[in-house]
Design a protein around this ligand. Structure first.
Ligand code: MG
Length: 168
């Protein structure tokens, strides 16, 4: 059976922080505030995967009051979410993500984000979509108060041996 998952996340801008999206350290005047590396794109993707698994959310798996996750590399956390996927005998078939940011410019970094996410998930880059948009200066994104991201995931909960091999 195929299952779908949806994820959404928001992080606010802060001085003196890095702006890491999809594991790419993006040149930016300000970075994103968070307990981990605040990679809002990877967080939305993890929540989409956990949603498809019906396994709660990343707040349950990686509590933000746990010192173990302070400054955590979200790509490492994504790889751990994929351990849960494989442990359940499932496979991520496809995913697509949208990041809404007024600034910085994200398009030049899109392919590296796709590569990083695909590598962390152990799936082909053709199975990972990343898009970026502004919000035409509307709302908290448009006022450059923060960045948000959405992700959808298609999960096969009884994958064929061929599918499992392609995800190895
Ligand atoms: Mg988050």
């Amino acid at each position: 059976m195929m299952r779908i998952g949806h994820g959404f996340d928001v992080h606010e801008f802060a001085e003196g922080r890095k702006c890491i999206l999809g594991g790419v350290d993006i040149p930016s005047e300000r970075g994103l505030l968070g307990h981990s590396d605040a990679d809002v794109l990877t967080h939305a993707l993890m929540d989409a995967i956990l949603g498809a698994l019906r396994e709660g959310d990343i707040g349950q798996l990686f509590p933000d009051d746990d010192p173990a996750f302070e400054g955590a590399d979200s790509l490492v956390l994504l790889a751990r979410v994929m351990d849960v996927v494989r442990g359940r005998g499932c496979a991520v078939v496809d995913c697509d993500c949208t990041v809404a940011a007024q600034a910085p410019k994200l398009a030049p970094h899109r392919e590296r984000m796709r590569e990083n996410l695909a590598r962390a998930m152990g799936i082909p880059i053709s199975s990972v979509g990343v898009k970026a948009t502004t919000t035409e200066r509307l709302g908290f994104v448009g006022r450059e108060e923060g960045i948000c991201a959405w992700a959808v995931v298609l999960l096969d909960d009884s994958p064929s041996p061929e599918r499992l091999r392609s995800c190895a």
